[in-house]
Design a protein around this ligand. Structure first.
Ligand code: URA
Length: 273
């Protein structure tokens, strides 16, 4: 990057600043020959294959640009206190207007709640009406069931960290749009990095598909471990779905037992009620 033309350097810096404003601070560079390969192979998928080696962009190169001061390090990096680091992320979100949801009736941003040092993190889809009013994830009916699921594991809400893929309530509780998930999830990624849980449970299809970038039915996604950026991730049914179809609680309990085994938690005999 150090040998870029000034105009290109300026454009790159402007693009990085734009990403910073979107909460994105992690940039990767593909080896040039792979970029060229992709450009000339018409049938090459646009997605980067999982196995492709990645090299972090060299931040120092842009420091030479006095016009642009994009930030390559996340604002919370170097902050060892997770409470403070999460506060910095929340501050970065501000009174967010990055997607359409800010003008579609959301009352407030629902950031996340729980133990900032939690070993276990639950990730749902989006705040509903109760969460929108109270500013806390999973406090409505589905939230009560999630609390029971956590209790069945021998834990309390205060032991885990709970967040959603998106932080604003979609109108009428509709499913979040893909672009809303893409715009909001960089902040969740940063929350995950700060909390650094040993395991993540993705609740429902939106959480699973956004985090894993896999499009498959829930019945296929659940019941096994995934690697999510070096952290174990399990998928289970969303509590709101379990309210509609309580027969699936049995399968959910199997998923939670798999998580408990992995985390070395004692196994109670009672399941999810
Ligand atoms: N459903 C979710 O996915 N998240 C909440 O916070 C509440 C309901």
């Amino acid at each position: 990057m150090a040998h870029l033309e000034p105009e290109i350097r300026k454009a790159v810096a402007a693009r990085l600043r734009y990403y910073n404003e979107m909460g994105i601070y992690d940039f990767y560079q593909r080896p040039a020959e792979q970029v060229l390969d992709q450009r000339f192979a018409a049938s090459t998928p646009l997605e980067e294959p999982e196995t492709m080696p990645r090299t972090k962009v060299v931040a120092a190169a842009l420091k030479e640009d006095s016009l642009a001061e994009p930030v390559i390090a996340r604002p919370e990096s170097g902050i060892s206190d997770p409470v403070e680091a999460l506060r910095v992320i929340r501050e970065d979100i501000g009174d967010c207007t990055r997607c359409r949801l800010h003008k579609q009736g959301r009352k407030q941003i629902v950031f996340g709640v729980g133990n900032p040092n939690a070993d276990l993190m639950f990730i749902g889809e989006a705040p509903g009406a109760d969460e929108d009013i109270q500013g806390e994830p999973f406090v409505g009916r589905a939230g009560q069931l999630l609390t029971n699921m956590i209790k069945a594991m021998g834990l309390g809400r205060e032991d885990v960290y709970i967040a959603n893929i998106i932080k604003c309530r979609p109108p009428g509780n509709r499913t979040p749009e893909r672009d809303e998930c893409e715009t909001c999830s960089p902040f969740l990624m940063r929350q995950i990095s700060v909390v650094a849980p040993k395991a993540i449970v993705a609740l429902g299809a939106v959480a699973a598909k956004t985090l894993l970038a896999i499009n498959a039915p829930m019945a296929e996604l659940r019941g096994r471990w995934y690697d999510f950026r070096g952290t174990k991730l399990a998928v289970t049914y969303h509590p709101a779905f379990l309210l509609r179809d309580p027969r699936q609680k049995k399968e959910t309990w199997k998923d939670l037992q798999m998580v408990m085994r992995e985390m070395g938690l004692p196994m109670p005999s009672k399941g999810v009620e």
